[in-house]
Design a protein around this ligand. Structure first.
Ligand code: ATP
Length: 224
């Protein structure tokens, strides 16, 4: 079994969180880090870092590269993932070319560089509709959708029973900014990973269509 260090790329609302949950349920040895979840947890705990993050997130702006890079890299080190045998999923980081280069410089000396990057390609019309119906459980990052993945009890997380919340950046106006940021930063990021020969892409309108395609690619990378 090969180690897999996977980055999921995709527009906001493309289902990175949902695909991450499904991959974690399938591959029990995998764990993940989501930059957005890390930030939302800091905001919920009302830390100093959370206060800074909230200002950017509420406007749909990206946090400074150095700030988010330090946060995620500290998380990777504290989890003991800077090792050639480690396997993990990253969701939401890196998302700029500077972040990608910084991460590579951090991981390469430990022979723990990313092994695979998959771009989730979902039509924009589908994405916009999803955002309106999205609710999250902040402590775990679990994502629900009122139309196709509703919680068992309205407004409550399935596993803990804790309350679900609407993300304050899931409004039409802020969402548009997030989408614009994504489009602006994507091309150089894709080029970087194409040059490294590790970029893949899966397309589809729903998470149910995307997941088997993603799984097939990850399976191949792990077992071939
Ligand atoms: P979705 O969760 O719908 O896929 P998203 O990718 O925009 O959408 P998150 O990854 O949760 O959402 O990020 C939410 C916000 O957190 C971003 O709009 C940005 O302000 C901040 N953020 C998260 N990751 C990064 C990052 N790598 N660099 C800069 N800012 C980030």
């Amino acid at each position: 079994m090969n180690p897999i260090r996977l980055l999921l790329l995709g527009a906001p609302g493309s289902g990175k969180g949902t695909q991450t949950s499904r991959l974690l349920a399938h591959f029990k040895h995998l764990q993940s880090v989501s930059s957005g979840d890390l930030l939302r947890q800091q905001i919920q705990r009302e830390t100093q870092l959370g206060k800074v993050a909230a200002r950017y997130i509420s406007q749909g702006a990206l946090l400074p590269d150095a700030f988010i890079t330090e946060l995620v890299q500290n998380e990777l080190s504290s989890k003991g993932w800077l090792s050639p045998k480690s396997s993990f999923l990253l969701d939401g980081f890196p998302r700029t070319i500077k972040q990608a280069k910084a991460l590579r410089s951090k991981l390469s000396p430990h022979k723990a560089a990313l092994t695979m990057v998959v771009e989730l390609d979902v039509p924009e019309s589908v994405i916009l509709e999803r955002i309106e119906n999205r609710y999250v459980h902040v402590p775990s990052g679990r994502v629900y959708n009122l139309t196709y993945n509703a919680p068992k009890v309205a407004g409550k997380d399935d596993l803990t029973g804790e309350p679900l919340t609407k993300r304050p950046d899931d409004t039409a106006e802020v969402f548009q900014k997030r989408l614009d940021n994504y489009k602006q930063t994507l091309a150089p990021l894709k080029q970087f990973y194409t040059d490294l020969g590790i970029l893949h892409r899966v397309s589809g309108e729903t998470s149910d269509i995307i997941f088997p395609k993603l799984l097939a690619q990850v399976d191949k990378a792990i077992y071939e």
